[in-house]
Design a protein around this ligand. Structure first.
Ligand SMILES: Nc1ncnc2c1ncn2[C@@H]1O[C@H](COP(=O)(O)OP(=O)(O)OP(=O)(O)O)[C@@H](O)[C@H]1O
Length: 281
């Protein structure tokens, strides 16, 4: 397990550049660091869950990787190159905001935007290839039936499945997901998280998956990055999601139990990982 004080690089045993690499990364707004001395490698095909209470800096980490936020110190690379704004190597599922009812863009056009910057050529062949890719992405999230309707008229969960398709359609090297399961029913939570994990393994994309609820993705998670009040722990789910480690992070007693393959966390600010009603169903 890597702790906030350790600065040693993680050896991946792969010749490929990591999908994501942070070294000695520190981010602070004003005096208070959100995290400091963060060393993180996400290998191609690896699935990393990012957890922590509200305001611990999870979304800010994604903004750093998107090139939208500068580090105070340290370095950040995407596929071996410095992170930069507008990189088409990154697929991004932003934290969900409900769209206004009068948004008239259609779902399939939103998904097509995920292919902008890809050069299929202007001819019939290029257009056909583009259409096939959009159709396949819509099919994968089971959104074909409503893909021609205006976005503003769709439910929150339907809109979210289209955002997932948009992020996946360009076959990115890095997939950044900011609470992508919000407003999805339990069946689509499972399908969408399985889809993201399978795409990651299949195409070699590295995934950073911000979530308050680890249970729907627990079987797919390779590593957990847990942020709390300027401290962090990075390791396998077993290394991080245990009573000793979380008690140390929260600086108060936290109990972690495994119940039927799920994690139940009690104490700290850990309403995050209680088994939700949907999970128990
Ligand atoms: N541009 C900014 N300038 C100043 N403070 C900011 C800025 N962006 C975020 N913050 C603050 O940094 C902290 C971390 O925010 P961030 O959105 O990264 O947290 P989070 O872990 O994603 O939280 P949540 O779980 O609530 O989504 C918050 O206290 C937030 O108010």
């Amino acid at each position: 397990m890597t702790t906030g004080s350790q600065t040693e690089a993680v050896e991946l045993g792969t010749a490929l550049a990591p999908a994501v690499r942070l070294r000695g990364a520190t981010l602070a707004y004003g005096e208070r660091p959100l995290w400091s001395g963060l060393d993180l490698d996400v290998a191609p095909g690896e699935f990393v869950a990012v957890l922590g209470p509200n305001g611990s800096g999870k979304t800010s980490l994604l903004r750093v990787l998107l090139g939208l936020q500068q580090l105070n110190s340290g370095t950040v690379e995407i596929g071996g190159e410095p992170a930069r704004r507008g990189s088409n190597r990154i697929g991004y599922i932003p934290q969900q905001r409900a769209l206004d009812a009068n948004v008239t863009v259609r779902g399939r056009d939103l998904v097509g935007m995920g292919l902008d910057g890809h050069h299929w050529g202007m001819g019939i062949k290029g257009r056909k290839h583009r259409k096939e890719r959009v159709d396949a992405a819509l099919e994968a999230v089971e959104a074909t039936a409503y893909a021609r309707q205006p976005l503003g008229l769709l439910s929150g969960g339907e809109q979210q499945r289209l955002r997932v398709a948009q992020a996946l359609v360009g076959e990115p090297a890095v997939l950044l997901c900011d609470e992508p399961l919000l407003s999805l029913d339990i069946s689509h939570q499972r399908k969408v998280s399985r889809l993201i994990a399978d795409r990651a393994r299949g195409s070699g994309a590295g995934v950073l998956f911000v979530t308050h609820e680890i249970n729907p993705v627990l079987p797919m998670v390779d590593k957990v990055l847990y942020l709390v009040d300027g401290r962090f722990r990075l390791g396998t789910p077993d290394e991080v999601m245990n009573s000793a480690t979380l008690s140390e992070l929260y600086r108060t007693d936290v109990e972690v139990a495994r119940v039927g393959g799920r994690l139940v966390v009690a104490g700290g600010d850990s309403q995050d990982h209680h088994v939700s009603e949907a999970d128990e169903a």
